[in-house]
Design a protein around this ligand. Structure first.
Ligand code: NAP
Length: 488
């Protein structure tokens, strides 16, 4: 057993890498960043299906302190984001603190020593325990794939693949493929599969709102200018940020304002899909913004190809070589792809987390995750959650939220020079969640659709109901009145 770490950081995506960079910048060399996967990137390591990309423009989708002038397209594709995050690890010299293939299996607050006891499984399969004053869970809200509960799925003879577990060896060529879902992942994947598949069936439960993407390569001269004129790069980033941030009132104050965008999406649909049953099936039947607004230029054209079919009848049962639909028709398939998203609204800790008096975080979150500013949880001292409950956005870059959380954690770490532990009070957390739910009830996300933002009981546990500037202001400092502290 070695001396306690100042911080154990779990997960090496944007959140964990950002937390590690902040530790280094604060002069801390006594932390550890663990990642269970073979490489860094988090969601951008896991989601490597063909066409995977981000729908936030490239020049905003990076750390503010590590801008990247080398993006090759207006919207970054998964390989470029993964490369960017690997570059950050190199640039900030994080390798000595990074342990890949290392999984947190158990976390237990030691009330005698005021420390977290963490059990880790390393690459060799050995379990060992270490002590840490603080733990930052940066395990990602979109890390638990949701598989559709289709009767007799186990009978299917071909591969069944979730988009977030894409096997690199999978070949679409010559195959009859079924894709379940029409969310952000599906609309990127479908055009790619349509290129090679013998036949492609897209199983749609609800039609998404799709706006034009306007993606394009970034010219070499523009990249040169951005690299050599940092103020230009900062100004460009600020402009993109402001353009996205201006949309927030339409999501959170008056959802009717988003209706003004609906004709744009309908024109987009009409320009690409001729009048007829396909276009009718692609017309959304809920208020725009209630589910995530999608952007794509190639999705609708892909669906109009003769070997691609949009199927709106639900799957009744899976068979050995295809599926049977509720109307009795059969669709023969060689591979089934689940583009069915993630279990986000019912977020669970990545492993058993036992706080003081043996309280488990699983039990505390049994009725859905709750936190304080999405960054700490009442009753769990010195535990930070990056992109914790109610920190998601429908309108802007999550990296901005992550950087706000990192500032909050830095401030908490300063407090911990004088205290053994700190934690939001249960009262403060309850007040905060009451405020959140009252505000969320007025947002577009509460206008009546089902989405991964909500639990089955309707409570929205994933989204922040305000602007990112408000979030930044509220996370600037640890608010003393809402916290309890224990003297060191
Ligand atoms: P998603 O948005 O939750 O979409 C899942 C899709 O699967 C929906 O169309 C859903 O239909 C359908 N579905 C789920 N269960 C089904 C079932 N049992 N039978 C039939 N259909 C079913 O998941 P996602 O596309 O993976 O995206 C999740 C989030 O990841 C996004 O919202 C975004 O935040 C992030 N993401 C971002 C990007 C990007 O930046 N471009 C790309 C990928 C993912 P219903 O709509 O009817 O529920």
């Amino acid at each position: 057993m070695t001396a306690p770490l100042s911080m154990l950081i779990v997960g090496a995506g944007f959140g964990g890498i950002g937390a590690a960079i902040h530790r280094r910048r604060c002069g801390d060399d006594n932390f550890l960043l663990i990642e269970q996967a073979d490489g860094v990137g988090g969601t951008w390591w896991a989601n490597r299906y063909p066409g995977a990309a981000c729908d936030i423009p490239s020049h905003l989708y990076s750390f503010s302190f590590a801008p990247n002038p080398h993006w090759t397209r207006r919207y970054p594709a998964q390989p470029e984001i993964e490369t960017y995050l690997n570059d950050c690890v190199q640039r900030f010299g994080l390798t000595p603190w990074l342990r890949l293939h290392t999984r947190l299996s158990h976390l237990h607050w030691d009330e005698v020593q005021d420390l977290w006891r963490a059990r880790l499984f390393d690459a060799a399969g050995h379990e060992h325990e270490l002590l840490a004053r603080t733990v930052t869970l940066a395990t990602g809200p979109l890390s638990r794939p949701a598989m559709p509960s289709l009767p007799r799925l186990d009978r299917f003879q071909g591969p069944v693949i979730h988009t977030a577990r894409w096997p690199p060896e999978f070949q679409a060529g010559g195959r009859r493929i079924g894709v379940i879902g029409t969310g952000a992942s599906a609309i990127q994947l479908v055009p790619q599969l349509a290129r090679d598949a013998r036949h492609l069936t897209v199983f749609q439960r609800s039609a998404p709102w799709v706006l034009p993407r306007g993606d394009a390569p970034i010219a070499a001269t523009t990249r040169w200018l951005l690299e050599h004129l940092p103020p230009l790069q900062r100004a460009w980033r600020a402009l993109i940020y402001a353009h996205h941030e201006l949309r927030v009132p339409a999501f959170t104050v008056n959802p009717r304002w988003l209706q003004r965008l609906e004709p744009l999406a309908i024109r987009h649909l009409k320009a690409r899909v001729p009048a007829g049953p396909l276009r009718d099936a692609l017309m959304p039947n809920y208020r725009m913004g209630c589910k995530r607004i999608l952007i794509a230029d190639d999705y609708y054209p892909a669906l109009t190809q003769p070997h691609v079919r949009l199927e709106t009848a639900a799957i009744d049962e899976v068979e050995a070589h295809g599926v049977r639909l509720v109307d009795g028709r059969r669709v023969e398939l060689d591979a089934l792809i689940a583009a069915t998203g993630f279990e986000a609204a019912d977020a669970k800790p990545p492993c058993p987390v036992i706080g003081p008096q043996g309280r488990t975080l699983h039990a505390a979150w049994a009725q859905g995750p709750r936190g304080y500013l999405g960054t700490m949880v009442a009753g769990y001292p010195n535990l930070f959650t990056i992109i914790g409950p109610n920190t998601g956005l429908g309108h802007n870059s999550m990296v901005f939220i992550i950087e706000s959380q990192l500032a909050f954690i830095d401030d908490a770490m300063r407090e911990l020079k004088f205290h053994a532990w700190l934690c939001p009070t249960a009262d403060a957390q309850e007040r905060f969640n009451d405020e959140l739910q009252a505000r969320l009830a007025r947002t577009v996300w509460a206008t009546g659709c089902s989405s991964w933002y909500k639990r089955a009981d309707g409570r929205i546990t994933t989204l922040w109901p305000g602007s990112t500037l408000e979030y930044r202001r509220r996370t600037r400092r640890v608010p003393q009145r809402d916290f309890e502290f224990a003297l060191a």
